[in-house]
Design a protein around this ligand. Structure first.
Ligand code: PEP
Ligand code: MG
Length: 588
């Protein structure tokens, strides 16, 4: 039966495919297709994992057999029996074999998929005791996954260049349909892993439109919906689904008529993209001849070629924190960071690259252990520059790496989440210290321009101090909205109040642009507002000349720029600033 689930539109376009439900396993799992000749090896890996866990449980049973009832209560032995029974149930291994042989999933992916299928059966059981055994099943599957993690796969996950496109999926490997991912939640680090994977779209139960998970999805340029509440409970493994990333809707089990309609929309979208691609080499000039700078936001150095291909004239925001995530505390050293920044600089072929110093915390945990730390208000806590200043050795390592990369091209350094003059002074003196350290070591480094993010209202209200210390400013509207309106950007339950057009937000943006203009300092917007085509005219009218956004949005924004006349937009934007309901004014 066809039904639809509504959420928040995150990344545009239509995806049609079969659902892959992400099991909520705490073990990181890679998802990739194997070659048919590798089927037997992958099945053998799961069997070996299962056998190892069975053996481990047998050993444990022997140990507790020699203990008294106090040290090893009877329930423990009964629990181990249940685990053994689950492990020996053919449905587990039989199902895993199916996903590997028929779908060519890698072993870990096949195991988590089958885990999800069996978990659903447990959920449907009437008997409380049996329903409760789902947790045991998850535990044994997790143990197998952990064992498999220690045993390298003979099949390497595909590199980005080997990543299969949707088109490939339609043609080879016996795979005749694209796959879309449905998950309860995904962290930005999970999303990064999926950047190299096979999914044609995704939906999550939780998350706001400007959560970092959503931002990474947008950078992948695949249709996505977040905040779709109980989607991961309502959809079953392998269901046909349509993701409408423009409307923020997922349609489950669509009828042939609906499928045909969305197939048509999908082709229309592709045609539109084809049309836009012709603008790639067109200079971004308004009708009245104003030159507009369209820059790219990137997460990894490997994103640089995509930014160039989209016609970006530089990188306006390299979110360096993605180099630090998912590494279990093993943070990148100076050399690794230097090579990554240098790769981005060289990848941009002489165009400027703005590297933002690490911004972890809030909804960007370094890894799951940080996510589990019980901070009451992580968005107001030790995040971004606060985190960097709390660990000067770590910060200096990053500063040296950025300064060294600046020897290879035009580098701007951008500091996130500053609010206090004391933080600015500490940052500036640490940068000087990093230079002195490199001098002492005799290591080459280059000149940088230094910029600050304006993303806390306190910063927007004390611009004079910022303009004294910094060469340029970049307005982080994602956080500026969050902190001005006291709305958690990652919480879908208050997403309706997260409003870029709130008069208070617009005033802070307008005044920052005007003040920078008056002082002859560069200013850009690098939050999601910059890539939103419905806001391009407004930002131009407020005097903005530099926009930084995901590469996938650049050509659509350029189209808006080409149609704009700033002479007419300036008085219109002024009126909008005074309007009680700017959204209605904009639409009217
Ligand atoms: C912002 O806050 O607008 C921004 C660009 O930074 P991030 O989204 O990484 O917090
Ligand atoms: Mg921010």
């Amino acid at each position: 039966m066809t039904f639809s689930i509504h959420g928040l539109a995150v990344a545009r376009g239509i995806a049609i495919g079969r659902a892959v439900l992400m099991a909520s396993s705490r073990v990181d799992v890679a998802h990739y297709f194997i070659e048919p000749v590798q089927i037997e090896d992958e099945i053998a890996r799961v069997r070996a994992g299962r056998d190892a866990v069975v053996e481990e449980i047998h050993r444990l049973q022997l140990t507790i057999a020699g203990m008294g009832p106090k040290e090893a209560p009877h329930e423990l032995s009964a629990l181990l029996d249940v685990h053994l029974m689950l492990l020996e149930d053919e449905e587990l291994i039989g199902g895993v074999k199916h996903w590997i042989s028929d779908r060519l999933y890698n072993a870990e992916w096949a195991l988590t998929t089958q885990l999800e299928v069996i978990s659903r059966q447990f959920d449907d059981m009437e008997d409380d005791y049996l329903r409760g055994r789902k947790a045991d099943l998850e535990q044994v599957a997790e143990r197998i996954l952990r064992y498999m993690k220690g045993v390298a796969s003979p099949v390497a996950p595909p590199t980005a260049s080997r990543r299969k496109t949707q088109q490939d999926l339609l043609l080879d490997d016996g795979m005749d349909v694209p796959l879309v991912m449905i998950a309860h939640d995904l962290s930005p680090a999970d999303m990064l892993q999926f950047k190299q994977s096979v999914f044609a779209g995704f939906v999550t139960d939780v998350g706001g439109r400007n959560s970092h998970t959503a931002i990474v999805a947008r950078s992948m340029d695949i249709p996505a919906v977040v905040g779709a509440r109980s989607s991961s409970n309502l959809v079953r493994q392998d269901d046909w689904v349509i993701i409408d990333g423009d409307a923020g809707v997922m349609i489950v089990d669509p009828s042939p008529i609906i499928l045909a309609e969305y197939g048509f929309k999908q082709r229309q979208g592709e045609l539109e993209r084809g049309r836009l691609s012709r603008l790639r080499h067109t200079p971004a000039l308004t009708l009245d001849g104003k030159k507009i700078e369209l820059l790219a936001n990137i997460e990894l150095p490997e994103d640089a070629p995509g930014a160039l291909k989209a016609g970006a004239v530089g990188v306006g925001l390299f979110r360096s924190e993605f180099l630090f995530m998912g590494r279990r505390g093993n943070l990148p050293d100076e050399e690794e960071q230097y090579l990554a920044y240098r790769k981005a600089v060289e990848g941009m072929e002489g165009l400027p690259v703005t590297i933002r110093t690490v911004d972890v915390g809030a909804d960007k945990p370094l890894d799951d252990s940080m996510r589990d730390e019980a901070h009451l208000n992580p968005a107001l806590g030790l995040r971004a520059i606060r985190w960097s200043l709390a660990d000067p050795a770590m910060f200096l390592t990053q500063l040296r790496a950025i300064l060294r990369a600046a020897a290879h091209g035009q580098v701007n350094m951008l500091i996130p989440m500053l609010a206090h003059a004391s933080e600015i002074r500490q940052t500036v003196s640490l940068i000087d210290f990093a230079r002195a350290e490199l001098d002492n070591r005799g290591v080459a480094y280059g000149p940088i321009k230094l910029g600050a993010m304006i993303e806390i209202p306190a910063a927007a209200l004390t611009l004079k101090i910022f303009l004294k210390y910094f060469d340029f400013l970049s307005i982080g509207t994602n956080d500026l909205i969050q902190y001005t309106l006291a709305i958690d950007r990652a919480d879908e339950s208050v997403a309706h109040l997260y409003d870029p057009l709130h008069p208070a937000v617009l005033r802070l943006v307008a005044e920052t642009i005007a003040e920078c203009d008056a002082q002859g300092k560069g200013v850009s917007v690098c939050g999601e507002m910059a890539g939103d085509t419905t806001l391009t005219r407004l930002l131009l009218g407020l005097g903005l000349r530099s926009f930084s956004m995901h590469p996938a949005q650049i050509l659509a924004v350029k189209q808006e720029v080409l149609r704009a006349d700033t002479a007419r937009l300036v008085p219109w934007a002024r009126q909008l600033l005074d309007a009680e309901d700017p959204a209605a004014f904009l639409a009217g």
